[in-house]
Design a protein around this ligand. Structure first.
Ligand code: PEP
Ligand code: MN
Length: 334
């Protein structure tokens, strides 16, 4: 249920109302927007007397929220969420250009790529240290050492780092990571999501291989209901009938998610297509479609990459693409 207040309600009256609602055992979310204050009620609201609340002189209207996701519901937060990562902002008109290799391989590799993508305009560095691989015989990342190499690349470039966490036990190792990525395979690892909800750190939540938008939002809800409201959603392609590509990029998910939630929505055209030459057109389409950012795999030597070389752009290809993305952004923002 949401309670929309009238304009310019005295702070004291607002606080009285919130205290009264809290006494009913409900969790309260207050969203002070530029034009509206929305009070979201979470919990069993079935017995809240809507007519009584609506009759209060400071209340404009009361609405039931039928969707099962509340914390991430746009109805609770009319304004876009802007996630801050150091000086970088994501969402609400701020665009994330996340780029870097699929996996961190060597210091030279990650630092070279970090410098190149930064020069091209990237504002965050990606790189996997803990890699979920379909085959147990494939390179699964440098683990803790990979995190250290990412920190070196951050120190060299100033780019905040985004990297995947797969296991609750590894959380302490990620203390100095700027954004924790939850990969597609872990989107419904509910215990992990709850733990990440206890951190004071942005979480990049990727859509599962075969998950609906509602399921993605319910996973964001797990993180937010545990206390961490800084969630960024990522459309990275889903399993359909795609025969020539790794996945099917569900681009319409971007505007639909923007309707349903205030969380930033970014797109990963690398895992969505699995083919480097498909990445630029899909990145441009995603930008035109209103995405709040792109996460793109870039490698200095894709042919010898230990993971996902076929979908990785070379630094010079990324540079060309980034210039076009920035042009499209101007049109989208106008
Ligand atoms: C990745 O970003 O390297 C990755 C493994 O992505 P996803 O979880 O979307 O497959
Ligand atoms: Mn990858």
């Amino acid at each position: 249920m949401i309670v929309i207040l009238k304009h310019n309600v005295p702070q004291e009256k607002k606080e009285q109302l919130i205290a009264w609602l809290k006494k009913m055992g409900l969790t309260i979310h207050v969203s002070d927007g530029e034009y509206q204050t929305v009070i979201g009620l979470i919990g069993d609201t079935s017995w809240v007397d809507m007519d009584l609340v609506e009759s209060l002189d400071i209340v404009d209207s009361v609405k039931r929220v039928s969707e099962p996701f509340k914390c991430c519901n746009r109805k609770f937060h009319p304004d876009d969420l802007v996630v801050e990562v150091g000086d970088v902002k994501i969402g609400g008109g701020h665009f994330a250009m996340i780029a870097g290799p699929c996996s961190v391989e060597t210091e030279e590799q990650i630092v070279t790529v970090a410098k190149a993508v930064k020069a091209a305009g990237a504002n965050l560095l990606r790189g996997g240290a803990f890699k979920p691989r379909t085959s147990p015989y494939d390179f699964a990342g440098l683990k803790a050492e990979g995190l250290e190499l990412l920190k070196i690349a951050r120190a060299e470039t100033g780019l905040p780092i985004v990297t995947e966490l797969m296991n609750i036990m590894d959380i302490p190792l990620f203390e100095d990571v700027d954004v924790i990525q939850v990969g597609a395979r872990n989107m419904q690892n509910f215990d992990l999501l709850r733990e990440l909800g206890k951190l004071d750190k942005p979480i990049l939540l990727k859509r599962g291989l075969a998950n609906t938008l509602k399921e993605l939002l319910m996973s964001a809800e797990y993180i937010m209901a545990s206390g961490n409201e800084r969630v960024i959603l990522c459309e990275r392609g889903i399993r359909t009938f795609s025969d020539y590509m790794r996945n099917t990029l569900d681009l319409a998910a971007v505007p639909m998610l923007h309707e349903l939630t205030h969380l930033p929505v970014i797109v990963d055209p690398s895992h969505a297509t699995g083919i480097a030459r498909m990445v630029p057109p899909m990145a441009l389409a995603a930008t035109a479609g209103g995405a709040d950012g792109l996460i793109i795999e870039v490698h200095n030597d894709p042919v010898h990459a230990l993971c996902d070389g076929a979908q990785s752009l070379r630094p010079e290809e990324y540079e060309k693409l980034a210039a076009k993305v920035f042009e499209i952004r101007k049109v989208v923002a106008s």
